[in-house]
Design a protein around this ligand. Structure first.
Ligand SMILES: [Zn+2]
Ligand SMILES: [Zn+2]
Length: 202
């Protein structure tokens, strides 16, 4: 019975994850947590503004790596709830596939507890707040890339990177930034036309 109950609960959570309400609730919950943590870190007596700036920057860079790792090795990895959810996004890029709204905030609070045990409180708040901020930026960027037609050339180039990923799922895993694709060699490089292709046929 508990096993049946657990699988029914899991099915319900998976169904919830693809709803519009879940998507916006997840953004609101994680966004509020991010703002709360960043404000708490800034208001607490901290070492210096320079140190605070670099901790926030470190949090954003750490999140960009988490984004890359999840996308490359979990969303495109072996069969799992996450892999199936992401496959649904590849089939329908304008759907509302996201994590259950409570999951990112729960994981971030766990991360905060870990940071709190090894760092001063203010830096633990800033670091986890910046990671939460990166997560929200990722969710909104991904939604916008599929929902908006950009006109500015740099935004067009940024969005095109992810559209290419939908055609070449083993390339361009970074959504917010191409940083880790460059570092780990997964940037999409268009195949150069061979000399033969360039020779006009008689
Ligand atoms: Zn996408
Ligand atoms: Zn993907």
């Amino acid at each position: 019975m508990p096993r049946r109950l657990a699988s029914a609960l899991l099915r319900r959570i998976i169904r919830l994850s693809s709803t519009r309400a879940n998507y916006w609730l997840e953004t609101a919950v994680t966004g509020s947590l991010s703002i709360g943590l960043l404000l708490a870190g800034i208001r607490a007596p901290h070492e210096s503004w320079v140190a605070a700036f670099f901790i926030v920057l470190a949090g954003l860079i750490v999140f960009s790596f988490i984004e890359y790792v999840f996308h490359r090795w979990i969303f495109h990895g072996p069969d799992s709830m996450f892999q199936r959810g992401h496959a649904a996004h590849h089939r329908d890029p304008r759907g509302y596939d996201a994590l259950p709204f409570f999951l990112p905030a729960t994981l971030l609070l766990g991360l905060l507890a870990v940071f709190w045990s090894i760092l001063p409180g203010w830096s633990a708040c800033l670091l986890s707040g910046a990671i939460a901020c990166g997560y929200v930026a990722y969710g909104l960027s991904h939604f916008t890339i599929h929902a908006v037609r950009f006109r500015q050339p740099w935004l067009l180039r940024w969005a095109a990177r992810h559209h290419i990923h939908h055609h070449h799922p083993d390339r361009n895993f970074g959504v917010t930034t191409a940083l880790w694709d460059h570092v780990l060699g997964t940037c999409y490089r268009p195949r150069r036309a061979s000399r033969k292709d360039n020779v006009a046929s008689p």
